[in-house]
Write a protein that binds this ligand. Structure first.
Ligand SMILES: Cc1cc2nc3c(=O)[nH]c(=O)nc-3n(C[C@H](O)[C@H](O)[C@H](O)COP(=O)(O)OP(=O)(O)OC[C@H]3O[C@@H](n4cnc5c(N)ncnc54)[C@H](O)[C@@H]3O)c2cc1C
Length: 380
């Protein structure tokens, strides 16, 4: 379960090469929120634009463990870019769960040409409680008319501007609560869908996070994924998959913090010898590596369960809870080890720590993961 295949090592090296050629040299401009077009182009050229696109539509359809290895490696370079590129996977899971072959063709077509998709569930009044979605979808003849708004949508502006593909959740019957939630495949650029506020975030600035305004957005009845009322099921299954990827990003983030700390202690002198010779410091590094590796194994366990078609929702939540808390703790430990230098913008750890903060919030906060884990534990 824990060894990498030759193919997985090749993929890891491919992403490592991409990071060293395009991400590391552009780190400060990516962190300013302006990802150079050349970075998007180079990522497209890797052939990894959508890791989960089925072979039937011309995709690479990678197994989950390979996806996790790629997400870890990308996040080791920049968690924001991992989030941005990961949006194509997050926005695609609903199609894998409930899309017809025709809907899959419509969705994956633009994405495999290098465009960005999005997953639009969250609203100002519906975050952890997805059942509270207030955007409505009213059926009129052979189309649905959607009204409402979405917030914090990753790459949402790209999906609209590039006329790509979004999955938008809306209620077809508000009296039913979460059972009235439905999912729709929407073409970016359709009249009635526009970008509102663009968020100015503390971290993961290489990804775009936007509000979407939905006013009389008309979609054909054929845009409905599954049946009316399937939305909650589709959203929750999507998040089961997405959470494993956030956990994988957290492993990359923690590893980046550990690497930064190791580099620092080898160079920083204290009492005539490097910090790396102080046992208290080395013990702390040992603890940090143990945490990173434990998180990695939890991610791979969840991925292997999914790939073997076993229930994995519980393990996905466990992996996300542990790995995201680990990323926060290890980046804080690394910052501490670097003393005042770690508190300055000259140090790489300042950015890593800002990036780490989001991991335990999006795709379900860690309180929500605790609810999922405890629910599963007490049911069994
Ligand atoms: C950078 C970024 C990117 C995002 N990308 C997307 C995206 O692409 N698509 C999308 O749909 N959404 C996206 N989101 C939204 C994200 O998934 C939500 O913000 C997240 O689920 C939390 O919702 P909330 O912010 O409304 O918090 P709330 O639900 O308001 O929670 C506030 C606090 O209360 C706690 N809490 C809430 N309910 C419970 C409970 N029942 N028991 C215990 N504690 C509880 C939470 O843990 C949290 O600490 C993104 C958010 C960010 C910041």
């Amino acid at each position: 379960m824990f060894d990498y295949t030759a193919g997985q090592l090749e993929l890891q090296q491919k992403v490592r090469n991409f990071v060293s050629e395009y991400v590391t040299p552009n780190q400060s401009i990516i962190d300013s929120g302006n990802v150079p077009e050349s970075v998007f182009q180079a990522w497209y050229q890797t052939g990894l634009i959508c890791l989960v696109a089925p072979k039937a539509v011309g995709g690479i359809e990678l197994d989950t463990k390979s996806c996790a290895i790629i997400m870890e490696e990308l996040a080791l370079g920049d968690v924001g870019l991992a989030t941005a590129f990961g949006a194509n996977n997050l926005g695609s899971y609903p199609l894998l769960i409930a899309g017809t072959p025709e809907q899959q063709k419509q969705h994956f077509g633009p994405i495999l040409e290098g465009k960005y998709g999005a997953f639009a569930l969250t609203e100002p009044g519906a975050g952890s409680d997805a059942g509270a979605v207030a955007t409505t979808a009213v059926k009129k003849g052979d189309e649905y008319i959607l009204n409402g708004s979405k917030c914090y949508i990753t790459q949402g502006g790209y999906a609209i501007d590039m006329e790509s593909s979004l999955v938008v959740f809306a209620s077809t019957d508000r009296t039913l609560g979460s059972k009235g939630l439905s999912a729709f495949l929407v073409k970016g650029g359709t009249p009635g869908l526009k970008v509102g506020k663009i968020e100015d975030k503390m971290g993961i600035r290489g990804s775009q996070t936007v509000e979407l305004v939905i006013e009389n957005l008309k979609v054909p009845a054929s845009a409905l994924l599954g049946a009316e009322g399937d939305g909650m099921k589709i959203a929750m299954k999507t998040l089961d998959s997405g959470r494993l990827m956030v956990a994988a990003q957290s492993v990359g983030c923690g590893q980046a913090a550990l690497n930064a700390a190791v580099r620092y202690v080898k160079g920083r002198m204290d009492g005539g010898k490097p910090l790396a010779k102080q046992q208290a410091v080395t013990f702390r590094l040992a603890e940090m590596e143990t945490q990173v590796e434990a998180a990695r194994q939890l991610v791979h366990r969840g991925a292997v369960l999914k790939d073997n078609k076993q229930p994995y929702s519980h393990h996905s939540a466990i992996a996300k809870l542990f790995a995201t808390d680990m990323a926060m703790k290890v980046s804080l430990d690394a910052m501490d080890i670097m003393g005042t230098y770690g508190y300055t913008k000259d140090s790489e750890i300042e950015k890593i720590w800002r990036d780490a903060r989001i991991l335990s919030i999006y795709e379900g906060t860690n309180q929500v993961q605790r609810l999922v884990i405890a629910g599963g534990l007490l049911r069994s």
